[in-house]
Design a binder for this molecule. Structure first.
Ligand SMILES: [Zn+2]
Length: 534
């Protein structure tokens, strides 16, 4: 490409890290009509509408987050500041099997929003879509970041089978495959599962393999929150995920892959499953978030049979006193700690909206039990009923000692698993990318800067099949991050999670600055990406 004479945005003096893993090099990066032009350090066009002197800074492709719970909240708050301030320019939504399209029946969509309100929120927006095309189009009205939609298998199951714990017959399986095929034609990037979350969790291995096969036929992939309660609760859940890819002959992406301190073996056993599958020729990848704190909906504490039939049936069960005794019996089998308060001391609650419950915001379930005299089952069921299921939890997750194995593994990428609810979400929502760049790259030198950037940009773009994003290349979309490698750091902690990072100075999405001098500009240049046409 010949050097253009007039550009919209010119970035000079920076250390250019192009997203391939290649060594940083001094260079000049420009954006013209939302497209990149990359040249040597000495090049200057005759006109630039805006010039940024990036001396001492790193210029990199915008970061791609493979796991976000921003799907609904972004429609209510399109500035999406927790993410774009980290340097995120594209995020994957529809994860954990919990996507919001297709929903041919608006009552089912409303019920599904209720069921998942403790994870994705229940913002007051117009829920005015039904097909995947109309849902994807909702993200073309402007928000800070681009989104890439994967199709949750719960939506497919609700459309084809309903809310019950029922096996798919040939006809309903064909229906789900047809819905997924259409969704992929409309621009979705793959199919997701979240096998702790009904009704998608009622899917068998074979059903998921069939959906993976359908996704693979269109060039998509299987994005999975595995069946954590399966078998040994350690390796077996991931073995099933890989088996789904083998039977479906499709790519498998293990999301929020990590090792717990309580696992019976070490992290090398988990990572070995990925390495072995790849050595056998399978396309298996994963993402991780670099924090010790997990988060999801409080409902996950209750067995899946309670959730069968959808939210109305679920709430009737929660209110049934005799049924609570059954739950107590099941809970006792988890160990003595869970019948008293000890097992609940690190479960922090959030996202309350009822005045009477606001006092419990950011308090632990153990504290609620202590102060109300209720046991765990009564406390959980009462809070869920009172809040129409919309309660979030933060608990311990990845073990800090073994987290570096996942952050540095060459196949690993970043999925923040960002949730946006309550006063104190997991710090991963505000700090994931800066923590890797500050702590793991600079301070601990666990991996090179170029390798970390590759895992945040070029690698996830390849996973998604984004042909013109994720690298600094002529003609690619001008999604850019300019950060100070000496100052970049996360400020988000367990106790103070809603803190923006330091050192992420400028972020451009499709050529428009959304973060400028560390401040959100209010610009909303993000849009929906479509598979095969990004
Ligand atoms: Zn998630």
């Amino acid at each position: 490409m010949t050097d253009p004479q007039a550009v919209d945005l010119l970035i000079t003096g920076g250390s250019v890290v192009d997203g391939t893993g290649a060594p940083a090099d001094m260079g000049t990066v420009a954006s013209i009509d939302g497209r990149l032009h990359v040249s040597d350090a000495g090049w200057r066009p005759s006109h630039a509408a805006r010039t940024i002197d990036a001396t001492g800074m790193v210029v990199a492709p915008g970061f791609i987050d493979l796991h976000s719970h921003g799907g609904l909240v972004i429609l209510a708050d399109p500035r999406h500041e927790p993410k774009v301030r980290q340097g995120v320019t594209t995020e994957v939504i529809g994860v954990d099997g919990n996507g919001y399209a297709p929903f041919a029946d608006s009552d089912n969509l409303a019920a599904f929003v209720d069921l998942n309100a403790g994870l994705d929120g229940r913002p007051e927006i117009a829920y005015d879509w039904d097909t995947v095309a109309s849902y994807i189009g909702r993200y073309d009205r402007g928000q800070a970041v681009n989104v890439a939609v994967v199709i949750g298998n719960s939506a497919l199951r609700i459309g084809a089978i309903g809310w019950d714990d029922t096996a798919a017959d040939d006809r309903s399986l064909a229906n789900m495959r047809a819905m997924l095929r259409e969704a992929l034609e409309e621009g979705a990037f793959g199919v997701s599962s979240g096998l702790d979350y009904p009704p998608g969790s009622y899917a068998s291995t074979d059903e998921l393999a069939a959906l993976t096969a359908e996704a693979a036929l269109a060039g998509g992939f299987y994005h999975t929150h595995v069946r954590y309660a399966l078998g040994d609760r350690f390796l077996d859940p991931f073995r099933e995920a890989i088996e789904i890819g083998r039977r479906g002959q499709g790519p498998v992406h293990l999301t929020h892959f990590y090792h717990r301190q309580t696992h019976p073996g070490g992290p090398e056993l988990l990572l070995g499953l990925v390495d072995d599958a790849r050595a056998a020729g399978m396309d298996v990848t994963f993402d991780s978030y670099p924090y010790e704190w997990a988060s999801t909906r409080l409902l996950i504490q209750l067995p899946q049979w309670v959730q069968a039939g959808g939210p109305t049936a679920l709430k009737e069960r929660l209110a049934d006193r005799s049924l609570r005794d059954e739950l107590r019996t099941e809970l006792a089998s988890r160990g003595a700690a869970y019948t008293g308060t000890a097992g609940w001391a690190d479960l922090r609650l959030g996202a309350f909206t009822r005045p009477a419950n606001l006092q419990w915001e950011s308090h632990t379930l153990a504290e609620v039990m202590d102060q109300t005299g209720r046991d765990a089952i009564d406390a959980i069921c009462d809070l869920l009923l009172d809040e129409n299921l919309g309660v979030a939890q933060v608990t311990s997750g990845p073990w800090s000692e073994t987290l570096p194995h996942f952050v540095s593994h060459p196949i690993g990428m970043v999925g923040t698993d960002s949730t946006f609810l309550g006063e104190k979400p997991s710090p991963r929502t505000y700090g994931s990318f800066p923590r890797i760049l500050g702590q793991f790259v600079r301070d601990e030198q666990l991996l090179s800067l170029e390798e970390a950037i590759r895992k945040m940009t070029g690698a996830p773009a390849a996973r998604l099949g984004l042909a013109n994003r994720g690298l600094l290349r002529d003609g690619y979309a001008a999604d850019l991050v300019i950060f100070d490698p000496q100052r970049v750091r996360s400020n988000a902690t367990y106790d103070r999670p809603r803190q923006f990072p330091d050192g992420i100075e400028h972020v451009a999405v499709n050529g428009t600055l959304v973060v400028d001098g560390g401040v959100h500009t209010g610009a909303l240049p993000g849009r929906s990406l479509r598979r095969g046409n990004s």
